[in-house]
Design a protein around this ligand. Structure first.
Ligand code: M6R
Length: 367
């Protein structure tokens, strides 16, 4: 049942290339320049009238939504905001008929996300669900469903569901941009071609996990560590931190790199591991200066970046892990993979039950 893997989590990490391909299947026309969504109730007219987007979810699905917001803002230039469902449902959210609410849920059964969906609908929003379970409560109650085709996810720690949610956001973001005319066909074709390359790029990372495994063993001796990044790197840092806490029980915090000096820098002391994501090239220099800030306080820094930056970054960090090159808007679909592996191998090194971490359930169907 685990397909030759020791744990469901590792199996599901390895299923990501297939999940990416399956989630894209039938959603790009044969020209490779346009995204198609067959059964959306959301009309082109409604899409043109959208004034704001609210993305609501819990846990890892919330983290996928953070990337989704960046994708929508970049491609469509519509204001988008994120909220965790347990907050959204009680904060009397400001919703108009021109608000598109996107709820994200692997299981489609998370109680808070379902309640948030109902709240948004009752206030007149159009609600679209990104979910992995077509017959779920959330899928049934949403106005529209964009299914992720990740297949069943068994491990409590979500991996392939998260990354397939990213693919769903890329596709849906492209679709919105197409309808609203905020992207040229050439630019869309470039993104679609880069998406087509993602599965093989993930495979190449999965074929070579020794470095991450070694680093995981190193961090498993620590009780606290930090993840830092800017933009989408910050969003992925938050997911990496949750994954690590959830299954290795090592405490970590994800910080927007530029925010460190507003308090958290006080916690950086000799030898503390800091994992820096540095893939967003428009802010690379800024991230490097934040890396130098923690280095100067004795942190042990591992950077995740593109191959072409490794030599230069190694002047300021202790270790570097290179990921394959893609477009800035798509990086999360690659940079999350080493972080999933890191959490997995750290949990393994500490002898924890990787697939069934303490105190947690796969699906949180009570409030
Ligand atoms: O089924 P959902 O996507 O609605 O679940 C949301 C969270 O409970 C879930 O992502 C949780 O954070 C995972 N265990 C994280 O790995």
């Amino acid at each position: 049942e685990k397909g030759g893997f020791d744990h469901f989590m590792l199996k599901e990490i390895h299923e990501q290339p297939k999940a990416y391909r399956d989630t894209m299947l039938g959603r790009v026309d044969e020209s490779g320049r346009r995204v198609v969504f067959q059964d959306l109730k959301l009309t082109e007219e409604q899409i043109k009238n959208i004034r704001n987007v609210q993305i609501v979810a819990c846990g890892t699905a919330y983290h996928a939504g953070l990337v989704g917001r960046s994708v929508i803002e970049q491609l469509v230039r519509i204001p988008a905001e994120n909220d965790v469902a347990s907050e959204y449902r009680y904060r009397d959210p400001i919703v108009t008929p021109e608000t598109l609410v996107i709820v994200v849920s692997q299981s489609g059964e998370t109680a808070d996300t379902l309640a948030a969906l109902r709240e948004a609908k009752s206030k007149g929003a159009h609600v679209l669900a990104i979910t992995n379970v077509v017959g779920s409560s959330i899928a049934r109650e949403a106005d529209d469903v964009v299914g992720t085709l990740a297949g069943p996810e068994i491990a409590v720690a979500s991996t392939k569901a998260y990354s397939s949610q990213l693919i769903a956001f890329y596709l849906f973001g492209l679709y919105l941009a197409q309808v609203r005319g905020t992207i040229t066909e050439d630019a869309a074709a470039e993104i679609i071609a880069a998406m087509d390359a993602l599965p093989e790029q993930v495979e190449s990372m999965l074929a070579n996990t020794e470095a991450i495994k070694g680093y995981a063993e190193q961090i498993s001796k620590h009780q606290h560590l930090f993840f830092i990044g800017r933009g989408q790197d910050y969003a992925v840092a938050q997911e990496g931190s949750l994954k690590l806490k959830e299954i290795s029980y090592i405490h970590s915090e994800a910080y927007a790199a530029g925010e460190l000096k507003h308090g958290t820098l006080a916690l950086i002391e000799e030898g503390i591991p800091v994992i820096a994501l540095a893939t967003q090239e428009d802010v690379l220099e800024k991230t490097v200066s934040n890396i130098k800030e923690v280095k100067a306080r004795g942190a042990d820094v591992m950077v995740i970046t593109y191959e072409e930056h490794v030599v230069n970054l190694l002047k300021s960090v202790d270790q570097a892990f290179a990921i394959p090159k893609t477009l800035p808007v798509l990086t999360a679909a690659l940079s999350v993979v080493p972080l999933q592996l890191l959490a997995y191998y750290a949990s393994l090194a500490l002898g924890h039950d990787v697939d069934k971490p303490r105190n947690l359930a796969k699906s949180v169907t009570v409030e």
